[in-house]
Design a protein around this ligand. Sequence first.
Ligand SMILES: Nc1ncnc2c1ncn2[C@@H]1O[C@H](COP(=O)(O)OP(=O)(O)OP(=O)(O)O)[C@@H](O)[C@H]1O
Ligand SMILES: [Mg+2]
Length: 367
Amino acid sequence: MFLKQLSLINFKNYSEFEAKFSEKVNCFVGNNGIGKTNLLDAIYYLSFCKSYFNTSDSQNIKHNEGFFVIQGHFDKNGEESEVYCGIKRNQKKIFKKNKREYERLSEHIGQFPLVMISPSDTDLINGSSENRRKFLDGIISQYDKVYLDKLISYTQVLKQRNALLKHFYETRSFDSETLDILDEQLVIYGRSILDIRKEFLKQFVPLFNNFYQFISNHKESVALQYENSLEDRDFKTALMTALPRDRSVHYTTVGPHKDDLEFNLGDYNLKKYASQGQQKSFLLALKLAQFEFIKEQKNTKPLLLLDDVYDKLDEERFTKLLEMVSGDKFGQVFITDTHPDRMNELLNQKNIAHRIFLVGDTIAKEA
Ligand SMILES: Nc1ncnc2c1ncn2[C@@H]1O[C@H](COP(=O)(O)OP(=O)(O)OP(=O)(O)O)[C@@H](O)[C@H]1O
Ligand SMILES: [Mg+2]
């Protein structure tokens, strides 16, 4: 599967843009602020029906314009699909495949799998545990709809339980019967979520370790562990033990919604002790493992978008990465770079089929 062609109207800094891509490596090259990342974001839209960066669709409409259009032509084993995304200010998003509009955007997501690697991924290390849970849940829900349903149900029951705890607090009352009913449901969904997450990590962690070893050339070891707020207790027991605390803070303090992933380099905490390049390598390994996992689940190679990967990586690590993603195990790749010749020289040296696009003011020319 690959993106053959992309065209844009009024998307971010582009009035009009059109390009045909290589099915292997494509590089967007140009100065800061010229629109390289914006092109990756447009491609991301075609897979996920939204921006990787902005939660508001209309922020992506070119300033002083009323709408934007993104159109892409994908090739899936010789069969062509046209994906259309149109957004007008303050109106419903229109998303179509082969001229047919979707009733629900969720029908589209997963059809053209894609993994984006971006400098903002550092939130996974520096941000709150919610970032890490979203990463975990995002991968699992892409292939396991049952998990997604359980997660949605769990979140709904949790919301009700927290509202009830707040009600107890405000009215200085307590009703164990209603609480028990909610706890029972919470425990059923929560246990399934935990089991599925653990099963997923059993397969994911070895993939992640392999990628880290490859990128770092076996220089250092890393670890990724599930941090369970239940601390080996049964969920029901943990809820009962935590009840006095939950009542005083009026929300639920234990359960899969409080769990986290612990990242280590050797025996030490990644965020506190690892260098920036080591942290970047860690993030790359996480995302590449995500790529590998989706590839196996979907039986197709996702598109890989690499934004500013050069940043913080040394020459050795970058070359290893580039060689790997240009190989047979990966499909179509998009890379951004500010340096005009670096990528071209490296790709020519390694004999890798590629296209270079020089991104200029609102247009991109092929080098
Ligand atoms: N809605 C919008 N309308 C017009 N221009 C926009 C809009 N949103 C972003 N931009 C412009 O897009 C440009 C940023 O583009 P982008 O992030 O793609 O740059 P880049 O080439 O990746 O730069 P860098 O090398 O610094 O990462 C900025 O000049 C910004 O003002
Ligand atoms: Mg950029």
